[in-house]
Design a protein around this ligand. Structure first.
Ligand code: NAD
Ligand code: USQ
Length: 394
């Protein structure tokens, strides 16, 4: 298939592009390199060194013989988006290209506005470009399990049958997201569902859980093919952070009680899910939702697991929660559609937790310990994150 990966310079987009290319698909990547600018804004860097996009693509050609075509530009630039689709003529577009950090979106008004404009307008541009140029294109959109929040009932896959005053309908599952970033994904979902209905587009909205890990078959083929790994208080995600904290002897930062339970998956399963979604497109006019995760864990449970398997002493510290979120709650989310399509998950085990800690230890000299502390508080409209002025792109 011809597949365009938006956000193809990022943590997930790059290894997904490599994987699809390795599987024999014709792949192009689009990215405005904003993620590299957020690093500069925050004064941090990926734990694992990464190369420039052009050099990654050149190495991939040398190592595999396959070509990945890079398009550098912004999804918010409609002419550029249309030109890219016109030039590459994809059958599927995999859309990772958004500002994806909840804390970043909560720094202050500038960062909230930037996040929502970047994400919502970028996706809207894409919907218009697909509708105008080729409505047959399958849009595979990265949403998030955080769109649902943590309701006191089971989380269904996108939709729920409701009987109200004797009448029954199947309706979108209620959304209770927990940051302006997560809200941007909800807004996207509504826009995509609407575009499918009015223009007959086809889309799969992948409500993905938190991804952990860094190595994939393809990224291990050459050091220049590595993907990024974030551990700082703004972009680092929970298990990836805990592995780095353990490696540098920083007490694991459990926010509040640590009973926050989240859906999660191994980065290798992200790759598999994306290919499964691309190979099995929905019908014209269909908007479908897959819950893309394999297991759920409470934050405290993850910290205890890291402490148990690390080959050195690890302390766990409950620190005041910088976020406004429930710290103990019911959580049971359904995921059936990706397993039905053939997903064979890599479940978390001691060996993999140990690998994460060992991988972090290998690069521990690159860790900026100052960047580990969470700096963004939900309760304040201003944070003490080290940012000067507005958000990237403003
Ligand atoms: P990332 O920040 O590493 O990658 C996103 C990429 O998109 C970056 O390279 C960035 O430069 C690019 N980008 C952002 N805005 C753009 C724009 N307007 N135009 C062009 N390019 C733009 O993030 P990631 O961790 O790889 O996540 C990718 C997607 O998956 C995001 O949409 C995120 O919400 C979703 N997701 C991620 C996780 C996770 O745990 N990392 C979990 C669930 C969902
Ligand atoms: N947490 C800690 N300690 C830490 C970091 C996080 O206790 O050091 C807690 C948070 O309070 C939260 C949970 O761990 O309850 C998850 O936080 P996270 O930063 O790992 O993940 P989140 O902010 O939800 O965002 C990440 C990605 C985002 C994606 C989302 C999937 O950054 O792009 O959409 O995971 S989901 O969580 O399903 O919404």
């Amino acid at each position: 298939m011809r597949i365009l990966v938006l956000g193809g310079d990022g943590y997930l987009g790059w290894p997904v592009a490599l994987n699809l290319s390795n599987k024999g698909h014709d792949v192009a990547v689009l990215d405005n390199l904003a993620r590299r600018h957020y690093d500069q804004e925050m004064g941090v860097d990926s734990l694992v060194p990464i190369r420039q996009l052009q050099s990654r693509v050149a190495t991939w050609k040398e190592v595999s013989g396959h070509t990945i075509v890079p398009f550098i530009g912004d999804l918010n630039d409609y002419i550029f988006v249309k030109e890219t689709l016109r030039t590459f003529e994809p059958e599927a577009v995999v859309h990772f290209a958004e500002q994806r950090s909840a804390p970043y979106s909560m720094i202050d008004r500038n960062h909230a506005v930037y996040t929502q404009v970047n994400n919502v307008v970028g996706t809207l541009n894409l919907l218009y470009a697909i509708a105008e140029l080729n409505p047959e294109i399958h849009l595979v959109k990265l949403g998030t399990m955080g769109e649902y929040g943590a309701p006191n009932i089971d989380i269904e896959e996108g939709f729920i049958e409701i009987t109200h005053k004797g009448r029954t309908d199947i309706l979108p599952f209620p959304k209770q997201p927990n940051s302006f970033y997560h809200l941007s994904k909800v807004h996207d979902s509504h826009n995509i569902m609407f575009a499918c209905r009015i223009w007959g587009l086809r889309s799969t909205d992948l409500n993905q859980g938190i991804v952990y890990g860094q190595k994939t078959e393809e990224t291990q083929m050459h050091p220049d093919l590595e993907t990024r790994y974030d551990y700082d208080g703004v972009f680092g995600t929970v298990l990836n952070r805990f592995a780095v904290q353990a490696a540098v002897g920083y007490p694991l930062t459990v926010y509040g009680k640590g009973g926050q339970t989240r859906a999660m998956l191994d980065i290798r399963d992200t790759l598999a899910c994306i290919e499964l979604a691309c190979l099995n497109p929905p019908a014209a006019g269909e908007y479908r939702v897959f819950n893309q995760f394999t297991e759920s864990f409470a934050v405290k449970e993850l910290a205890e697991w890291v402490a148990k398997v690390a080959p050195f002493e690890v302390k766990i510290e409950s620190i005041p929660n910088p976020r406004s979120e429930r710290e103990e709650h019911y959580y049971n989310a359904v995921t059936t559609k990706l397993p039905e399509l053939g997903l064979k998950p890599h479940l978390l085990n001691d060996e993999h937790v140990l690998y994460l800690v060992e991988m972090a230890s290998k690069y521990k000299n690159r860790v900026n310990v100052e960047a580990i502390r969470p700096t963004v508080k939900w309760s304040s409209t201003k944070s003490d994150a080290s940012v000067a002025g507005g958000a990237v792109g403003e």
